[in-house]
Design a binder for this molecule. Sequence first.
Ligand SMILES: *[C@@H]1O[C@H](CO)[C@@H](O)[C@H](O)[C@H]1NC(C)=O
Ligand SMILES: *[C@@H]1O[C@H](CO)[C@@H](O)[C@H](O)[C@H]1NC(C)=O
Ligand SMILES: *[C@@H]1O[C@H](CO)[C@@H](O)[C@H](O)[C@H]1NC(C)=O
Ligand SMILES: *[C@@H]1O[C@H](CO)[C@@H](O)[C@H](O)[C@H]1NC(C)=O
Ligand SMILES: *[C@@H]1O[C@H](CO)[C@@H](O)[C@H](O)[C@H]1NC(C)=O
Ligand SMILES: *[C@@H]1O[C@H](CO)[C@@H](O)[C@H](O)[C@H]1NC(C)=O
Ligand SMILES: *[C@@H]1O[C@H](CO)[C@@H](O)[C@H](O)[C@H]1NC(C)=O
Length: 344
Amino acid sequence: MYSEAMASNLNKIFIVSIVAIAALLQRSKAQTTHIVGDALGWLVPPSTDTYTTWAANQTFRVGDVLVFNFAAGRHDVAQVTEAAFNACNSSNPILRETNSPVNVTLSSSGEFYYICTFSGHCSGGQKLRVNVSAAAASPAPQPVISPSPIIPPTPTPVTVPTPTPTPSPTRNPVTYVVGDQIGWTIPANTSVGYQNWASGKTFMVGDILVFNYAMNAHDVAEVTKQAYASCDSNSTISLNSSPPTRITLTTPGEHFFICTFPNHCSAGQQLAINVTGTATAPSPSPSIATSPTPTPSVATPPPTSTNTPSPPPPTGQTGNSAKSLNAAGVSFTFLAIIFVGLLY
Ligand SMILES: *[C@@H]1O[C@H](CO)[C@@H](O)[C@H](O)[C@H]1NC(C)=O
Ligand SMILES: *[C@@H]1O[C@H](CO)[C@@H](O)[C@H](O)[C@H]1NC(C)=O
Ligand SMILES: *[C@@H]1O[C@H](CO)[C@@H](O)[C@H](O)[C@H]1NC(C)=O
Ligand SMILES: *[C@@H]1O[C@H](CO)[C@@H](O)[C@H](O)[C@H]1NC(C)=O
Ligand SMILES: *[C@@H]1O[C@H](CO)[C@@H](O)[C@H](O)[C@H]1NC(C)=O
Ligand SMILES: *[C@@H]1O[C@H](CO)[C@@H](O)[C@H](O)[C@H]1NC(C)=O
Ligand SMILES: *[C@@H]1O[C@H](CO)[C@@H](O)[C@H](O)[C@H]1NC(C)=O
């Protein structure tokens, strides 16, 4: 009967509403874990405003957690006053933590300031200001129906670092940005270093390596295999210290690069690659085939110089925030069902 159907629908609406409200409550209570710098971690960044840009795209609320990932012994995390933050004065921090990861729970609203106390790091951009607002519960800033939860849940990475893995003997030169968004720095995982980045890539004569790094914080030296193995920076083949450093691979064989700053190489800032063949079209081309296309293919959209900070990967908020997004998405679905239900 019609009335039965109505009653059934009302039941559905009631249940669905409870679920939606529960989802809303869960969303408002959710705490967000902010991985500072995302994949970049906490280091002297490629650009001095990297962490400002990162923070600008985050919403910090009371109860949220900041996670600082860094190479212990190379960096630290100090909470400081605004004056000390502006002056990069690390002489008297409010708090200082040295063991990575440092998890900071934002327990009150207001502005908080974090720097690395290692010499030159703060002035090199390793500083973070966060503006923490009250917990999300009461103001309910975004109604669940707002279309924002419909954002595709898995944003595709900004850069596509993997070039064609098939080592075709002829291809156009490729420009590789060493470390992609992370750039050329002491890697977060010092035991892995740049091996993972280089593995799977094909380097050919004519290809270009771009090293992005903070001036006066790092440099790029090509060295011998022996110097690479012992992190000896006494006798380099070449040395570049003004970023971005572009190195064209002109000879086949193994090539080795290190940073000559003390202890950087031993902490993993070293790159070894194998260069094969030649990326330009070979002279004796037996097949008539197609003429070589003039457009050079570029593996990674180069984040250019240090002026434009590479945007942090879109995984800005992890864990709980993902859950809360899911919850919002679910409740949105339910509200849509209610809406459809009311139509009938
Ligand atoms: C750094 O801060 C301390 C107090 O925290 C102050 O005594 C000192 O003068 C400051 N140094 C500079 C260079 O501002
Ligand atoms: C810090 O946060 C990370 C990421 O949420 C977590 O995996 C880790 O267990 C936390 N460490 C501590 C000491 O709480
Ligand atoms: C921090 O957030 C509060 C509240 O949203 C705002 O009034 C204040 O201007 C912000 N401060 C800065 C420096 O952005
Ligand atoms: C570094 O990478 C190695 C090899 O993948 C792994 O075993 C190790 O757990 C990593 N260390 C950290 C701190 O992530
Ligand atoms: C580099 O030079 C310094 C000073 O000349 C020397 O003490 C050190 O042993 C050298 N390192 C290597 C690996 O040769
Ligand atoms: C280069 O390739 C050779 C032969 O495959 C290999 O033995 C060597 O370890 C490679 N070197 C590097 C730096 O990958
Ligand atoms: C910040 O977010 C806006 C809007 O979502 C986006 O357009 C912009 O690219 C983001 N910036 C960075 C640096 O991620």
